[in-house]
Write a protein that binds this ligand. Structure first.
Ligand SMILES: Nc1ncnc2c1ncn2[C@@H]1O[C@H](COP(=O)(O)OP(=O)(O)OP(=O)(O)O)[C@@H](O)[C@H]1O
Ligand SMILES: [Mg+2]
Length: 477
């Protein structure tokens, strides 16, 4: 950026102040003039475009930003309507942008783009030889987050919506409540909120409220002064809410904290003050709270087990992660991601899942959600010999389901239907008889093909989706 020398305004001329703000901002800033020429850009933003301000000032924005979202600034320049909180990317790095027209006497003179990068040091690797270390983000306080939003796998509409909401709310500092069944990825989301927030270089401190006995939890939260307890540590203990100053505290299993601790936590959230046990003076700690639970907090509130006021304070933004069975579209991508991860970890080259197993994965209800899917794949890697995961590599409770769903169901129905002899009873319409015959023939084809649907469809001379429709019709899917 090229600023003319101050014209007599002295040390604190508005221009110098503006220049300092512009250059030292954590946000990327770019200004274009009426004709779309870049007039000013700070180093933060230029660096992202892999250039320096002096190389792009004076050039057309459309020419410099051929392939990224910043071109939206031209639209704002043309229509004069500001756009806030837009999520876009440059070279795969997500950013949150405000595009604002600059006017003078109601005439548009130019436009300003303000962008915040959500993952400053991009980390797209998912899994590696030690599982996490390469992906760890070391913060000033030494605490780490492993995951960013890029590590959240899944493109189902529900997950895409959630990721968008996450990116929108992360920079805004409000408390977040992450809910979802066990294994849906609550901790992953909590970390991603921190990584996409402006606090990302501050600490991320986790407290597992269910793992620590209630009597110790208060000192875990607030710390204590030396001499408060017999057997307490020399020098006392710094509480996690104090350690998290400038960052995020992740309160996992928040539904498990006692009523009395709930009151203290509420006070902390309202006042931002920490009262160490045994200490006189309170200290201020600037912490964002991200809490998670797999219990229904509204029920706890209803039955007076959880304070309503605290619930509302925590639940400013709710990220509710649906169970895997409600977003089966994500299974395939997750599967491949875990294959890659465990291939690296085990030094193997497992390329795929057998089609029967893959189909079963899509039907299975995954009560343990993504964690169960990952564990199932990891288990298979421990017993596999070739390159494909077959039924025999699955845990027995899942593998037996495969037997049950195909040959078992077929056998049983055939038995019940008394083989292929057609009972022609009074009152049956032709349609019913045709349906019954069709069902029996399908069952026979499945039996002959040992449950392989592609083969059964071939035997019947129909397409696989056609067969699937009929299986659904006859409750055989
Ligand atoms: N969308 C996802 N993409 C990639 N990995 C995921 C995803 N969701 C969950 N996982 C993985 O599944 C495992 C369980 O996730 P996590 O620990 O975040 O679940 P949780 O909801 O906190 O479970 P719990 O309630 O049991 O504590 C982790 O290894 C996590 O990395
Ligand atoms: Mg968890």
């Amino acid at each position: 950026m090229n600023y003319p020398e101050s014209t007599g305004g002295g040390e604190h001329s508005a221009e110098k102040i503006l220049h300092t703000i512009f250059e030292n901002s954590n946000e990327g800033l770019l200004v274009i003039g009426k004709s779309g020429v870049i007039q000013q850009v700070n180093t933060t933003l230029a660096a992202t475009l892999k250039t320096s301000p002096s190389k792009i000032v004076g050039r057309q924005l459309t020419e410099v930003c051929k392939h990224n979202g910043l071109r939206k600034l031209i639209t704002v320049l043309k229509n004069g309507i500001p756009e806030f909180g837009k999520i876009d990317s440059i070279d795969g790095r997500s950013f949150l942008a405000d595009y604002i027209p600059i006017t003078n006497n109601k005439q548009i003179q130019g436009a300003l783009a303000k962008i915040i990068f959500l993952n400053p040091e991009r980390e797209t690797e998912y899994g590696n030889s030690d599982g996490v270390s390469k992906r760890k983000r070391h913060s000033r306080a030494g605490s780490t987050v492993v995951y960013t939003v890029d590590n959240i796998i899944g493109n189902s509409p529900q997950l895409v919506d959630l990721k968008e909401t996450l990116l929108k709310v992360a920079p805004r500092n409000s408390n977040v409540l992450v809910t979802g069944e066990s294994g849906t990825g609550k901790e992953l989301f909590a970390q991603a909120v921190h990584a996409a927030s402006l606090r990302r270089s501050g600490p991320f401190i986790k407290i597992n409220c269910a793992a620590i006995p209630d009597t110790l939890l208060e000192s875990e939260f607030f710390g204590y002064e030396e001499g408060t307890f017999t057997g307490g540590k020399k020098g006392g203990k710094v509480g996690k809410l104090e350690l998290a100053n400038g960052g995020t505290v992740f309160l996992d299993e928040i539904g498990d904290i006692s009523f009395s601790l709930q009151a203290k936590l509420l006070r902390f959230i309202q006042e931002k003050e920490i009262q160490k046990l045994g200490a006189g003076e309170a200290k201020v700690s600037d912490v964002r709270v991200v809490a998670a639970t797999n219990v229904n907090l509204e029920h706890l509130v209803k039955y007076k087990k959880f304070r309503e006021d605290l619930y509302y304070r925590l639940n400013v933004v709710n990220l509710c992660i649906p169970p895997l069975r409600e977003r089966k579209e994500d299974i395939r991508e997750l599967m491949h991601c875990f294959l890659d991860k465990y291939n690296r970890l085990f030094g193997l080259r497992v390329t795929a899942l057998d089609s029967q197993v893959e189909a079963l994965f899509k039907r299975y209800s995954w009560p343990g959600n993504v964690r169960e899917l990952e564990n199932t794949i990891e288990r298979a890697f421990n017993v596999i010999e070739g390159n494909i995961i077959y039924k025999e590599h699955l845990p027995s409770h899942i593998a037996s389901l495969l037997d049950g769903e195909i040959s078992g169901a077929v056998e049983e129905t055939l038995h019940r239907e008394n083989g292929l002899s057609l009972p022609l009873s009074d009152g049956q319409t032709l349609n019913e008889i045709v349906n019954q015959t069709e069902k029996l023939v399908i069952l026979q084809a499945l039996k002959n093909s040992k449950g392989n649907k592609a083969k059964a469809a071939k035997l019947l001379g129909i397409s696989r989706p056609g067969l699937y429709k009929k299986l659904v019709k006859y409750n055989l899917a």
